[in-house]
Design a protein around this ligand. Sequence first.
Ligand code: NAD
Length: 482
Amino acid sequence: MAQITENEIKTIVEKVIGAMQSGSTSKATWDSTQYNGRKLIGVYSDMNEAIDAANKGYKAVRDMSVEKREKIITEIRRLTIAEAPIMAEIGVAETGMGRVEHKKLKHILVANKTPGTEDIVSNAKTGDDGLTLIEMAPFGVVGAITPSTNPSETVICNSIGMIAAGNGVVFNPHPNAIATSNYAVDLVNRASKAAGGPDVLVCSMDKPTLDSAAIMQSHPLIKLLVCTGGPGVVKAVLSSGKKAIGAGAGNPPVIVDDTADIAKAAKDIIDGCTFDNNLPCIAEKEVFAFRNIADELISGMKKAGSYMITPEQADALAKIVLQEKTNKAGKTSKVVNRDCVGRNADVILKMIGIEVSKDIRCIICEVPFEHDFVQHELMMPILPIVRVDNIDQAVELAVKAEHGCRHTAHMHSKNIDNLSKFAKAVETTIFVKNAPSYAGIGFGGEGHTTFTIAGPTGEGITSARSFTRQRRCVLADSFRII
Ligand code: NAD
C-alpha cells in the first residue's frame, strides 16, 4: 500500500477542516492541475489538445498486447486501493458531499469488481460454408462525461472498462469535482507508465465546461460518447448524432410487504439509503410500506439511526431542499438545492432548527404519495414513507414514483408472487430483493460493479464489452476442423 505522506495528510486535514468550519455546506477550493505540488498527468486546457493526446493513447493501446493492457489495469487496481483514502478525502472536501469512509469503500469496490480484458470475448460460427469470427473491437477515442456524485470512482471504473476494450478516453468531468476527477485521471496515467504503457493514456480538462463538452460531442475523433449524469446531459449526448451510452437519473422506490423480515428490511433500507449520504443513483429514495407493518418498520429504522420528522417539518424542509427555478421559456419547476445534496442528516436537520447527534444518519417522515420528497430524486439522506393497503397499490405507486427512468427498484418480501409482480411492472435495470441497494452493484451481492448504469440506452451494468463494436471476419469454405 502506498503511504500518504505527512504533507498530504496536512493539506487534506486543512481543507476538510476549512469545509467543516463553514458549516459543511461550502466546498474547499482545489487545484485541478496539481496535487500537493505534483503536476497531474493528462490534464489539458484545450479540449482539442486533450482529444489529440487521448488519440495517441488509443493508438498505443491498439498496438499493445492484451496481456500488457491487463498489466496496466492490474496497476490501476493496485493504485486505486492504495490511494482510496486520498480520493475519498478529496472527493468529500472538494464537493462538500458524501462520507469519506463510504467513498473509500466505493473505490475499493471499483478496483476489485470492475471487469478487465476477460470481459472481451470472441465468437466463432462454423458450418458448411466455413468459419466466421465475431470480435469485440474498440470504438477509438471515447468521450466520457462524469458526475459529481461518484467522480473519481466513475473515472477509474470507466477507464478500466474502456482501456480493457482497447479504447482511448477523454473525460469532461463535472465542474464541481474537477480536482477529484483529475486526480483519478492522473492515477490511471501513473499506472500506465508504471506498467510500461504510454505516459498519457487518458485525458481530461483543467476547466471543463459545457463548451468543452460540446467540442467533445462534435469532434470527428470521438467515436463513442459515454455520459453518466442527470437527465439534461443524457439528453444532450443522445441528441449529438454520435453513438452514445446514457447512464441517467433514477428515483429508486422500495416496497416492503407484510411477509418481509421487518427488522432486517429496516436496517437494510437505512444502510443503503445512507451509503455515501444517498449519492449513489441506485440508493433507496422512497418507501412504500404495507399499512400493517409500517409502525414496526419505522421503529426499526429509528433503531438503525433515523430521526423521524413530522409532516409539518417535512414541508418546511422541502422548501429548503427544493427550489423553484424558471427556465428561458418561462416554465417553473422545482430543482434540488445543491447545498443539501449529499450532506449529513444532522447538517440538513439543522437547516430547520433541529439539533441532533452526528449518529443520526437518516431523516425519515410519513408523507402522502404526492409529496415532493417522493417525487424528486433528492440524493440526500431523507427517506419519505408512504403507507399502502396492498401489493397492487404499492406497485402502482412505486412504478409512478420511478417516473419511467427504468433505473433501480428494491423490495423486501418473502412472497414470490409479490416480488415478481413488482419486478415485472417496474422494468428497472436493477432490481434488488431483500438487501441494501448497493448489493445491486456487487457490494454484498453477486456480479460485477459499475458506476455507469445505462438504463436509457440499454447497456445496463456497463463493463468493457459495452464499449466495443462488433466486427465480423468471414473465411468461406474452409478452416473447419471437423
Ligand atoms: P449532472 O447532470 O449535474 O452532471 C453530469 C455531467 O454532465 C457533469 O459533468 C456536467 O458538467 C455535465 N453536463 C450537464 N449538462 C450538460 C450538457 N447540457 N452538455 C454537456 N454536459 C453537461 O449530474 P450530477 O449532479 O453530477 O450527478 C447526479 C445525477 O446523475 C443524478 O441524476 C444521478 O441519478 C445521475 N447518475 C446516474 C448514474 C448512472 O449510472 N445511471 C451514475 C451517477 C449519477
